[in-house]
Design a protein around this ligand. Structure first.
Ligand code: SAM
Length: 297
């Protein structure tokens, strides 16, 4: 526990998918006047240096966000991808010099109106302190709360929210095998308390049965409750083991990930129908690069 640090992964292809989708969802939700409560159950540190040691060690952003901006001029990107790149650009003072990558707390916060609230849970002792310090700089007062709590559990006490409108982002590190089941339990419990909320779950697509169970179980839950859902995946490379120069088998880095959304905005499907194939084309590393989109309700 706590060996996962998002700083090594910030801006990778999974972040590109996740942050594009969550931005598109929230962009639509803030069009309605009624106040909104947004929850980020696994918030991370909030802001990341793309030129720092963590990012340089893993170089994951080079295969994600940095590859996206290097491979296509902004005006050739589909609207939700352009919106996403524009949003990251707001955190970087010099155009074209990508020094900072915003995590989900900052992506969510930048769209909020005065009447909206943001609740961030982060359990890692160092990352929760960094998150609190980063958020303090916003001077957002009581609009944003940073909780050093277990996000799977903390959500319960806030549902249903006073304004009866909420977006929940659940983005665990899946460092603990139990996280896969906890996601399902958390969403099932939350749907009992507040069935009209919008729930957005990220999951890795790796050769592990528990990982494949996440979208399956969430689909079953949404269908049983008669709620609309949308499932989007992005694969950038094969998940097969390869051999290094010594003939040793090497596990590839994360090859693919998915987003499962319950009660998605009605605009999301059309937006992703054009954005996902473009992402697969621009971020793909081999002939296995692809995307899928499924929706019901
Ligand atoms: N959502 C962030 C973003 O998109 O910028 C990234 C989050 S990262 C994938 C997952 C985070 O969850 C890690 O920072 C980890 O320390 C934290 N974490 C792990 N277990 C947790 C739990 N039970 N409750 C809250 N945070 C947890």
């Amino acid at each position: 526990m706590f060996s996962y640090r998002h700083a090594f992964h910030a801006g990778n292809h999974a972040d590109v998918l996740k942050h594009t989708v969550v931005l598109a969802v929230l962009r639509h939700m803030v069009q309605k006047d009624t106040a909104l409560t947004v929850f980020d159950t696994h918030a991370g540190a909030g802001l990341y240096r793309l030129d720092g040691d963590y990012a340089r060690t893993s170089a994951e952003a080079a295969e994600g966000f940095l590859k996206l901006v290097a491979s296509a001029p902004l005006d050739t990107l589909t609207p939700v991808l352009r919106d996403y790149v524009d949003m990251v650009a707001r955190f970087n003072a010099t155009p074209g010099q990508w020094m900072v990558y915003p995590g989900s707390p900052f992506i969510l916060q930048h769209l909020l109106r005065d009447r909206d609230k943001l609740k961030l849970c982060e359990l890692h002792p160092t990352d929760s302190k960094t998150l609190a310090a980063n958020i303090a700089q916003l001077d957002a007062g009581r609009q944003v709360a940073v909780l050093r709590e277990d996000g799977f559990e903390a959500l319960k006490k806030f549902l249903p929210p006073p304004s009866r409108r909420a977006l929940v982002l659940c983005d665990p590190s899946y460092e603990v095998k139990n996280d896969y089941a906890r996601v399902q339990t958390m969403v099932a419990d939350a749907m009992q308390r507040f069935a009209t909320g919008t729930y957005v779950v990220w999951y890795p697509i790796i050769p592990r049965p528990e990982a494949h169970d996440v979208p399956k179980k969430l689909k079953t839950l949404a269908t049983k409750l008669g709620k609309p859902w949308l499932s989007a995946t992005l694969t950038v490379k094969s998940s097969k083991l390869t051999q290094d120069s010594n003939g040793e088998e090497v596990r590839p880095g994360l090859p693919a990930s998915g987003m499962f959304i319950i009660n998605p905005p009605h605009t999301l499907k059309a937006a992703l129908q054009v954005a996902l194939p473009q992402l697969a084309k621009l971020l793909g590393q081999d002939q296995h690069a692809s995307s899928t989109l499924e929706a019901a309700g």
